[in-house]
Write a protein that binds this ligand. Sequence first.
Ligand code: GDP
Length: 443
Amino acid sequence: MFESLSDRLDSVFKKFKGQGRLDENNIQQGLREVRLALLEADVNFKVVKDFTERVKERCLGQDVQKSLTPGQQVIKIVNDEMTQLLGGETQDVDLRGNPSVFMMVGLQGSGKTTSAAKLALHFRRQRKMKPYLVPADVYRPAAIDQLQTLGRQLDVPVFPSEVGMDPVDICKQGIEAAREAGCNVVLLDTAGRLQIDEKLMDELANIKDACTPNEILFVADAMIGQEAVNVAKSFDEKLDISGVILTKMDGDARGGAALSIKSVTGKSLKFVGMGEKVSDLEVFHPDRIASRILGMGDVLTLIEKAQSSIDQEEAEEIGKKFQRAEFDFEDFRTQMRRLKKLGSIEGLLKLIPGMRGLKDKIGELSVPEKDMARIEAIISSMTMEERRNPSVINPSRKARIAKGSGVAVSDVNQLVKNFEQMRKMMKKMMGGGSKGKKPRMPR
Ligand code: GDP
């Protein structure tokens, strides 16, 4: 997500770092590159123009803080403005009423059905609610089956819609059935078309009138870029949408839609889809995404990711250790064991401040499954003291560990060496991002 934009902006900021002070000339030059980077990311041109003008004004104005270097000043201003561009404050959803009703709208293939199921899981996990799914796309028979399958998988009840039924009736009956079943949040999965058409819009407007949903969430495929923004505008004109879900942000979408949608439609991005699995949905936090784009990492999301599979106290501890680069072999093994739940090492590393710049080396950071098993065996053959304090691991201990885990002494050597190097590297990066040797995951 946003990778090439991040890289481009990173190189602009690097140039500022070398400057003694900010003046009209270097600001102009730097912002020209920021503008190009945003246009290349497929951000709406008018949005780009307004954005760079605001940044320029602030760079030249009183706003500049003397305590920061020119590079830091520009990054801070761009970060603030980018947060605003992405919508400012995180927008919560309206969960009033019993049940609260969410209507998913969008073009066919945008990810409505998948997002309905993802939201059901989200509300159950994060809000402790009881969700109910209503398939109301009677034109694409597979859509009903698809939602029923997802419902079974999640153990969420699904209204038994049938192809011949009227979508408005389905939704009304669905809400009633949810109430009877004691569910307090209903997700209506409406029909989509390949393009906007009047008949579809009328049907959606009728559902809206009949069901007065708390929210109408427009679901858009991030991969179609500016077109997603245009379609959002049309849906908004007809239905007055309350928010947007951008899906397929895990793909190589350049980010233009996410960065333009609020300015162009006035409606906020509320969630992003980050993959095909039902758990791949993130609440959209403008400030965190801005920091991620600017390579400042997103430790909060990292911690939340950890929280969803482990308890809070432990998750916070891990987050802190990541930041202070203080984790030892014991933590490392615990992490490895949980990696499957947390996602890939690469995914996690990208959320850590300073790691993004090393993205090109991330190939080297990934550890194949079989190496993971070997590393785990080596670490498990260490005593607790050795795990907590790797510096005590002398040659005779290494020989014992190698024997215990069935590997060569050189494997143990390498693991210990790489681990130390990685810790040093992380400490360095947290302390100011100076260059160093490439980090390597222990193997
Ligand atoms: P609908 O026609 O709007 O209901 O779209 P679907 O929910 O059927 O989704 C269309 C396709 O996009 C399916 O193959 C989904 O698995 C896929 N999809 C949906 N959301 C995401 C996402 O966030 N990431 C990825 N990679 N694929 C997604």
